[in-house]
Ligand binder design. Structure first.
Ligand code: NDP
Length: 325
């Protein structure tokens, strides 16, 4: 039997985790041979709900699930972990300003960054899902100097999958027929889902769809998909977010396909003129656990303008939390 791998999930009593935890426990991330320990972090007031989730996990009798740790202490949650899904974040309350949301969440990610720095495995892979995800990841990075930015990412995978879903539907193909879609920038309505290098069954996507559809339907649909799901379903998109989180980590662990890339928010190295250090979604490839930004893609003025808008928004977010960096 292999040594178990410790996986931390924060916000473990929340909606996304309610889908995520059961899939992790069944082995979807690390495969059917790899036992795991789940270390679940919650705020004290959510502990009873978490207790109920843990009862259900136990009731599934997953053969790979060696142990479950429930805690409200980040030190305990992050002890020697190899994977961290940082899902927990404070939602925007009625009348709350975006700046206040940024500050409240920044404090959570400052504390968690420090705890990861001190207690996590030195090769930990951290995925920030809790919003505002890019800036929360930036704060965690700033508070984890011994780990370094390569250990941290924020989630753009759901946006990436949404973009593939929309294009597949438009072209009447299945998702496997689509390659090289990308989503740039911030996980917000400013994000830029880009089809300029996308292929459908090997053909240029933009030669198969009208430019008008790309600009006036595809881009806004992907940007506002989360709001639309809430409108139609009455609740936020928890199952698809959990799926995207697992896909993101699975690809980080096992690599991208040879002829494709995915979108992940990582610390910028200055590529495409994006200020170094900002956590920004780029097209990336992954091999041996290392994430590399896809370099030197040709970008037209339409795309560059949208990249710059995202950079400006992320700089504003950074400004609102600069005291924690
Ligand atoms: P969810 O599980 O639905 O969402 C969690 C976070 O993921 C939110 O910030 C949410 O942002 C974000 N998110 C990112 N992408 C998506 C997406 N596509 N669809 C939906 N959400 C997305 O929230 P709940 O309120 O159900 O659960 C949050 C839990 O976190 C609570 O149990 C709370 O107690 C806990 N918490 C834990 C903390 C900790 O462990 N220290 C700190 C703070 C909270 P958005 O709000 O924009 O939808």
């Amino acid at each position: 039997m292999k040594t178990p791998i410790d996986i931390a999930v924060t916000g473990a009593a929340g909606q996304i985790s309610y889908s995520l935890l059961f899939r992790l426990a069944s082995g979807e991330l690390l495969g059917p041979e790899q036992p795991i320990v789940l270390r679940l972090l919650e705020v004290p007031q959510a502990m009873q709900t978490l207790q109920g989730v843990v009862m259900e996990l136990n009731d599934c009798a997953y053969p790979l699930l060696q142990k479950i740790v429930m805690t409200d202490d980040p030190k305990v949650a992050f002890d020697n972990i190899d994977y961290a899904f940082l899902v927990g974040a404070k939602p925007r309350g009625p009348g709350m300003l975006r700046a206040d949301l940024l500050k409240d969440n920044a404090e959570i990610f400052r504390v968690q960054g420090k705890a990861l720095n001190e207690y996590a495995s030195r090769r930990v892979k951290v995925l920030v899902t809790g919003n505002p995800a890019n800036t929360n990841a930036l704060i965690a990075i700033s508070n984890a100097p011994d780990l370094g930015p390569d250990c941290f990412t924020a989630m753009a995978m759901l946006d990436h999958k949404r973009a593939i879903g929309q294009l597949a539907e438009k072209c009447g193909v299945i998702s496997r027929d689509i390659k090289n879609v990308m989503v740039w920038g911030n996980h917000s309505c400013t994000q830029y889902p880009d089809l300029h290098h996308a292929k459908v069954k090997g053909l240029d996507a933009l030669s198969l769809v009208e430019r008008e559809w790309f600009v006036n339907e595809f881009i806004p649909t992907v940007q506002h998909r989360g709001t639309e799901v809430i409108k139609v379903r009455g609740q936020s998109s928890a199952a698809s977010a959990a799926h995207a989180a697992i896909e993101h980590m699975r690809i980080w662990a096992h690599g991208t396909e040879i002829d494709d890339w995915v979108s992940m928010a990582v610390a910028s190295d200055g590529s495409y003129g994006i200020e170094e250090g900002l956590v920004y979604s780029f097209p990336v490839t992954v091999a041996d656990g290392r994430i590399s930004i896809v370099k030197a893609l040709d970008l037209n003025e339409f795309s560059l303008e949208r990249l710059r808008l995202n950079e400006a928004e992320l700089k504003e977010e950074r400004q609102a939390v600069k005291h924690l960096l």
